[in-house]
Every structure is written in C-alpha cells, then in structure tokens.
Design a protein around this ligand. Structure first.
Ligand code: ZN
Ligand code: ZN
Ligand code: FE
Length: 732
C-alpha cells in the first residue's frame, strides 16, 4: 500500500493573476516533486499540492515571486490526500471569473533585453518583444478578462513559435498576452538607420511610444532644442532627457541611492535630479538646477541608443501634443498634426488603446514623491482603510485626474490634463467611460469641486446621481488622510495655487482641522492683492506690485514696475479695489517673492516663478521675528519687506528658511491648542523639495508627525481621491 502523504490547499490573494504566477507555482511544484494543480479563480490563485516535500512548499512560494506579483495573503489548510494524483498541472481558469485587476505598463525586463541583443534569439532586434514580466498592459487592454483577443494585439495571431512559447508553462512567455516577434507582431514604419540619421542631423522626430507619441531630438544640440521650442510654442518649460543607462545619466546629474532605485525601477518614471555640469545646453531646462531624466523602457528605445552608438548620447524626450491638448495616440492625427513640429514621424501598426503620459517623480525625504502619476503606476489601486459605496471623484480643473472607488480600493486615473479645451475634455470622458467598464461598477455617488464654474462641477449635474461638492483644500488633505488610512482628527496645512473657498474667495494657504470627514478652517496666510485678477497668476510681477502697495511702498512700486504697465492706472485700480481681489494663496506668495527678487516677472508655465526661486537656494536661513500670528492669520509681510534689500540668492535662502520656520511656528500653535500632533501637508507648493523636507524635519524635531502624500501628487492631480473619500464616507 502507498504511504499516506500530506496534501495542502493554498489560497493566495493580491496581484497574482496575469503576472506569471501559475508557471512560477508549476516550477516550484516540479522542483519539490509535488503533484496537484494550480488555478486562477475569482478569489485568487488556488493551489493543491501533495507529496513528501509539502512542508517546504510555502517557503518556496513566498521566496521569489514573479516581479509583478504582489501577495496580500496566503491561506493554507491540510486536506485529505488524493489517490490518483500523478503530476502537477495548470488548470484553465473558470471562465468569466478571472481577475478584474489590470497591471500598469512595465518597462522591458532584463531577460527580454538579453533576447533583444542575442543574435541567436528569434527576438533579436525586434522592437516590440515582451514577456509575462514586462511590456504593455493598460495601454493595450480593451476589455477584461485580460486575454489576447481583448487587447490591441488581437489583430496579430501568434506564429507557430510564439504559439509554442505561449502554451509552455516552462517558458517565460507562457500566457503572455502581448507577446510578439518579428514574424507575427507589429512592425515599425521606419528603419533604425533612418531614425538615427534624423537625430544625428539635428532634426526633430515624432516617435510612437508606449502611451502615445513622443518628440525626440538630440539633447546636446542647442539648435535642435530651440527649433523644438519654437515649433511647439514652448518657451521655457523644461524638457525631460532620456539617456542609455545609469552610467550616462551620471554624466549629467547627481544620483542618490534612492533616486537610482526609482530611475531604474520597472515603472521607469521621469525622475527630477540635480544637474551637475553644463554638459547639456541650458535650454533643456532654462534657469533650473533640476533635470527630468528617464531611462529607456521600450525595447525600441534600447535599439535606438544602440544604433546611435555614441557614448553619453542624450535625447530630449517629451510628449507630442499641440499646446494644451492631450498626448497624441492616433496615427492619422499624428501624421497630419505633428508634421508642423516633427521632421520625421515614426509609427508602428498596433493601436494604443489607452493614452498614458510618462510619470514624473522626485525623491523627497528619501522616498518617491509624485509630480505626475501616469505610466507605470496607473491603474494600480490605492488601498483604503475601509469600504465605501462606489463613488466617483471628478477631480479639479487643472492637472485633472478622476477617481473611482470599489470596495476598499480607489482607482485614480492617469494624469488627464487641464480641462480647458475640447480635446482634453473628450479624453476625460473617454477615460472615465473606459475605466468604469473595466472596473465593472455602478457608481452610487459623485463628488466634485465646490467651484461653481469648473467643468467637472457642471459635468456632475448631468449625472443622475447624488452629487456632493467638496471644498478644494478639504479634498487636498482628505486625499492624504485616505492614502495614509487615518480616521482620527488631524491638522492639515495646504499650500496651494488656487482653490474656491466657502466664502467665494481665492484660498490657497490654509490651516484646517479635519475630523469626521468634515473640516474647519483654523486660519490662513494674510491675504495678498491680486491686481488684475486671474492675470496675476501668469504675471508674478503683479503679485510683487500688490505686495509693495500693501507695504505702502508706492515709490518702490513705480521704480520697479513702471516698465510693465500703466503703473498709475494699476495703483488707482488697487486704490479703488477694481479687478483686485485678494488671495491667501501660498503659490501666489512664491510668485510675489520671485518677482520681488527679480527672478521671474512673467511665468511661461505653471510653477515657473517658484521653480526658478527654488533653484536659487544654496542654504536656507531664518530671519527671526519677521512674521506675526494674529487673528488666525500668518502674516509674512515683515519678511517680504526685508527681501526688498536682498539679492536673488540670499533672498531665496531667507524666504525658504523663514517661511518654513513661520509655518512650523503657526502649526505648533494649533498643535498646542487642539492637542493633536499629526499634521497632513498638501497642495502644489509642496512639490518644492526644500519646503516639503524642511517643514517635515522642523516639525519632527518638535515631535509632530507631518505626513506628505506618497501615492498621489500633492498638486491638483491628487484632488479626486480626496473628493471621493469625503463623499463616499459622508454618504455611507
Ligand atoms: Zn520581459
Ligand atoms: Zn511570433
Ligand atoms: Fe489645488
């Protein structure tokens, strides 16, 4: 009689489907000479194993899972052994109940790069190879379950060799839905030689990428860059740079261990890094000390650098879109619309289903921090502390994202853009519809910004759902509370550009108390004048003019800005409060200081004036007694008056250092009164590294825990989660 052996039943949950998990289990079972089976089910991956070595199975299982797998739970029970079990099998999924989770797109893996440059491989030099561990996901999926027929690869039937790989559990491409080779897969519209010649000649190339078309030119060619700027009508906004590898990146930027890990991670984001020497022309990122760098993530990019065959090649790498419009994905549109910008347009014959920009991050306090969240991260959900009804947060107006909750997870969309043009609005609706379909949810509540004129507010009214307005800065902080899974009362500091306040005024430098999904406005920065209204946001000199007026320094005002406008008229406007609202915005405070110090009088892009100011900081210093806290306001005007006597660099140093000290002082006064020692920080100003790190560290010394957003950007790209979280909980 056969000896009785142990049989285990294992249930694994998490991101374990469509990531090569079953072949991984198959491999372990064979190695341990176990029999049984593995199967994808609605609950997760279910395994039964039987044999002498079952005790070792669990350790092996969690030791080295596939790169894209994320194990949440492993549940193991001993069950009765089975008599007729002679081998280990992968059983087909029960149809209709496979995973409803989609992986983000993943940069090409090391094994695929080996294949790419292996002359004996059938993937040799094939620009679109991929495997279960890498390649396109979100950008090719039309519908679920994730199956080749439901992707953009449906039009490319597998050749015999790919078919064999696809069905072999020992192969890395077992069930790799997007697998392709030069025999059966998509093809590039140009040769690599043609592409490289174009770049070497200083021309501008439009290249179809993973999530849309990209514009590329030689980043060491000043003329090529200025051509690109002219044609794209992009005067000063910094460009990202792609380099071949870490080694080349180090020629242009300083890289810490944390930055290196982020830059080389399989999400392959653009990472903001400190420029070292002037190897690259200044017009890559005019007037800035930080440079956005990205490493190749498509096999095509690797081939490009290989063909360039030049040490330290660097390429400008930027989204191909016409000013303000979303990233281009349509080939027809690209060939017509991009012809005014690019000298050569290179495509391939496979559709991009979902448009996704590159993600942009920087390291703050030794951890990744989003500036823009898109490719490589979306649609991974953000885990919430508890389930809420299905709620859509429609997001804000600028840097829009939307958010859809399902149980205790929040799915925040890729960066959509500014909803100020028909094309971006169309992209917003297209993505919202697509995501609702993929998540297979029926929304119950809708949340939007309090601003009556935002597109999203109007849009909310067209849905036949209860819709809940959420104040802009409340949403900013609620987003941080949601991702950190906090439910107790906390303090919050929002330093932002603009948000519509309960009183109709422009808010943006607010101290709030958050409790029970409601907020109380504890105080704000002392309001500043906005001479010219909205214009003041694009023209920082107007903010500086307002400051001089408030300081009663009319002579100085005329001396500094008479060349900018009819100054007498501007002063009369301020006297009579015509077209001169006020704002507590910290973003505008940065603008004012930038202009007062003569750094940036007119902003060419959002954040221009403040980014240039941050770039000047060499060592922060604090000017004692240059702020007051009274009537729940933080008044920094004494500091502003002092800055009039400073040069740009010392002004930037004093402003950053003193602002941090003053904010800490202000928060600590509330910590004392409210007996709360956790403060959430958010708003676009916290993209400033000196401010974010400085304030966090200063508060830590006083035993106050300051939490920054880590899974979403602090700017308006993070609003939608906060909206949905508040609305879903209030409705619950
Ligand atoms: Zn791969
Ligand atoms: Zn093939
Ligand atoms: Fe905001």
């Amino acid at each position: 009689m056969r000896e009785k052996v142990k049989r285990l039943r294992v249930l694994i949950t998490g991101q374990v489907q469509g990531v090569g998990f079953r072949p991984y289990v198959f491999h372990i079972a064979n190695k341990l000479q176990l029999t049984g089976w593995v199967q994808n089910t609605a609950a997760g991956v279910v395994i039964e194993v039987q044999g002498k070595n079952t005790d070792e199975f669990s350790q092996h299982l969690i030791a080295n899972p596939p790169v894209l797998a994320k194990i949440d739970t492993v549940d193991m029970t001993v069950i009765d052994s089975c008599e007729n079990d002679f081998e280990f099998q992968i059983i087909e999924s029960v149809s209709g109940i496979v995973t409803t989770k989609i992986s983000a797109d993943v940069g090409v893996c090391d094994d695929c790069i080996k294949d790419l440059f292996d002359s004996k491989s059938r993937y040799h030099f094939y620009p679109f190879l991929n495997c279960t561990h890498c390649g396109p996901r979100l950008t090719v999926i039309k519908n679920l379950p994730y199956d080749r027929t439901q992707t953009a690869l449906a039009d490319f039937p597998l050749c015999d060799a790919c078919h064999m790989d696809y069905h072999d559990p020992r192969n890395r491409r077992y069930h790799a839905q997007a697998t392709a080779c030069s025999e059966c897969g998509p093809k590039l519209s140009s040769t690599l030689d043609e592409i490289v010649t174009c770049i070497r000649d200083g021309k501008i190339l439009a290249l179809k990428g993973l999530g849309g078309y990209q514009l590329i030119c030689d980043a060491r060619n000043e003329n090529a860059i200025s051509q690109l700027r002219q044609r794209k009508h992009r005067i000063a906004k910094p460009f990202a740079v792609m380099v071949a590898d870490l080694q080349s990146a180090k020629c242009f930027v300083k890289i810490t261990a944390e930055e290196e890990a982020l830059l080389t991670s399989n999400a392959r984001p653009i990472v903001l890094l400190s420029r070292t020497e002037n190897f690259l022309p200044d017009n890559v990122a005019p007037g800035l000390t930080q440079l956005g760098m990205v490493l190749p993530y498509m096999p095509l990019h690797y081939l490009l650098f290989d063909a360039l065959n030049c040490k330290n090649a660097a390429l400008i790498f930027t989204s191909a879109n016409l000013s303000g419009k979303p990233l281009m994905i349509d080939d027809q549109e690209a060939f017509t619309d991009l012809s005014s910008i690019a000298d050569k347009i290179v495509s391939y014959n496979r559709n991009i289903v979902t448009r996704v920009d590159d993600s942009v991050l920087r390291i703050i306090d030794k951890a990744p921090y989003f500036i823009r969240r898109a490719r490589g991260y979306v649609p991974s959900p953000i885990k919430l502390s508890h389930s809420i009804p299905v709620t859509i947060g429609l997001g804000g107006y600028l840097k829009n994202t939307f958010c859809i909750t399902r149980d205790d997870e929040a799915f925040v969309s890729q960066h959509i853009g500014d909803l100020d043009n028909a094309n971006t609005i169309e992209f917003f609706h297209e993505s919202l519809t697509h995501t609702l379909k993929l998540l297979a949810v029926e929304p119950e509540y809708l949340a939007h910004d309090l601003h009556p004129d935002f597109y999203t507010t109007q849009c909310a009214q067209q849905w036949n759902l209860p819709n809940i307005p959420v104040q802009h800065h409340h949403a900013h902080l609620a987003s941080v509370a949601a991702e950190h899974r906090l439910s107790e009362p906390v303090l919050g500091l929002v330093l932002d550009g603009y948000g519509y306040g309960e009183d109709g005024n422009a808010w943006g430098g607010e101290c709030l108390l958050l409790a029970n999904y409601q907020y109380q406005r504890l105080g704000s920065l002392t309001p500043m004048l906005l001479p010219g209204g909205n214009k003041a946001a694009q023209e920082p000199w107007r903010m500086a003019a307002g400051v001089l007026y408030q300081l009663a320094r009319i002579d100085e005002l005329e001396k500094r800005f008479a060349h900018m406008t009819d100054i007498k008229f501007l002063i009369t406007m301020m006297d009579k409060k015509i077209n001169t609202p006020t704002t507590s915005s910290c973003g505008r405070l940065f603008d004012a200081v930038s202009a007062l110090l003569g750094v940036q009088l007119i902003s060419d892009y959002e954040g221009h004036a403040s980014m240039r100011l941050e770039s000047l900081v060499t060592k922060t210093c604090v000017l004692a007694n240059s702020w007051h806290i009274k009537n729940n306001e933080l008044d920094l005007f004494p500091l502003l008056e002092f800055l009039l006597t400073c040069d740009a660099v010392s002004g930037a140093n004093y402003f950053h250092g003193t602002l941090i000290a003053a904010l800490a002082d202000w928060i600590l006064s509330w910590v004392e009164i409210k007996k709360i020692s956790t403060v959430l920080l958010s708003g676009g100003c916290f993209l400033n590294r000196i401010l974010a790190e400085g304030l966090t560290q200063t508060l830590a010394k006083k035993n106050v825990t300051a939490l920054l957003p880590r899974q979403l950007p602090p700017n308006d790209g993070g609003l939608s989660l906060g909206q949905a979280w508040i609305a879903g909980n209030v409705a619950r």
